[in-house]
Write a new protein. Structure first.
Length: 287
């Protein structure tokens, strides 16, 4: 028997578990504290936000900050704009990436590898390089100051390409015997994709959905370039509009609006976090 195995454990198991979770709690503080400060600051006054030393809880809870967030500008409309744009982009990316990822992974056609490498090469180009050509195209089509560019470009751009890569990595890992058995049962490519491939792809679909929704929800540069009507603004643009008559930020109101803007992403991630972890683990299985 190994000498290390003969040594008695000096600490009981419950105490080791206590130390383990205490360490995790301490490591989580730098990540939790900014969110806590933002949420509590939404109920504070300007003086309390910048008080030193900072307070963890407000002296008095000012719920009127949330009311002001909706009355100072059309925040409700802007909130709905971001919500429907993000959901539409997410649905579009899932449809395009799942179909194209399956085709690149399971269907042999001429030039498949070349087209896939050509597709991946577009990820090497920073979005800032294509923003001017995209704007000129959208302006020529008469789509500026509309939400169309904010939906079309993410679906067919770098976000869609990355999602296609993730879906391909999953579909390429499926055993070929499963596909052969489906063909014997009379299923074609569409039947195999719809009845076998797609139901098994819940993990990568959840990961693509969260990444796409988060990127669309937080997008700032594209709405700034394409939109000039406050009624059509998205959340990131709306948050920059909380300034007083002297151009100073209305910090308490801005914190309230920011807190509300985080909720959909937080809920979305909590519901599908397990699938996201599984997907990233699977995406490295095969290349």
């Amino acid at each position: 028997m190994n000498n290390n195995q003969k040594l008695p454990r000096l600490l009981p198991k419950w105490f080791r578990n206590f130390l383990f979770y205490l360490g995790l709690l301490l490591l989580a503080i730098p990540f939790i504290f900014p969110f806590w400060w933002m949420a509590t600051s939404s109920f504070k006054t300007y003086k309390e936000i910048f008080a030193y030393p900072p307070t963890l809880l407000p002296e008095s809870w000012h719920f009127e900050n949330f009311i002001t967030a909706f009355t100072y500008q059309p925040f409700g409309r802007q909130y709905l704009n971001s919500l429907y744009i993000s959901l539409t982009v997410t649905a579009g990316v899932l449809i395009v990436s799942s179909l194209s990822g399956y085709a690149f992974a399971r269907i042999n056609f001429k030039g498949r590898n070349f087209l896939f490498m050509l597709l991946l090469s577009s990820l090497m180009m920073p979005p800032e390089v294509t923003i001017i050509p995209n704007y000129l195209i959208m302006n020529r089509l008469g789509w500026t100051n509309t939400h169309i560019p904010l939906i079309i470009i993410p679906i067919l751009g770098a976000g869609g390409v990355f999602a296609t890569f993730m879906m391909r990595q999953f579909f390429i890992s499926l055993p070929k015997d499963m596909e052969d058995a489906a063909k014997i049962d009379g299923l074609g490519w569409w039947g195999i994709f719809w009845k076998i491939g797609l139901p098994l792809a819940k993990a990568p679909i959840a990961a693509v959905a969260i990444i796409t929704f988060l990127n669309s929800w937080n997008s700032f540069l594209e709405p700034l370039i394409y939109l000039n009507d406050t009624q059509k603004y998205t959340i990131p643009l709306a948050l920059t509009g909380y300034i007083d008559a002297y151009g100073a930020p209305m910090w308490s109101v801005q914190m309230a609006a920011t807190t509300l803007s985080v909720l959909p992403v937080l809920i979305f991630f909590i519901l599908a976090q397990q699938q996201v972890v599984e997907s990233f683990a699977m995406s490295s299985v095969k290349g």
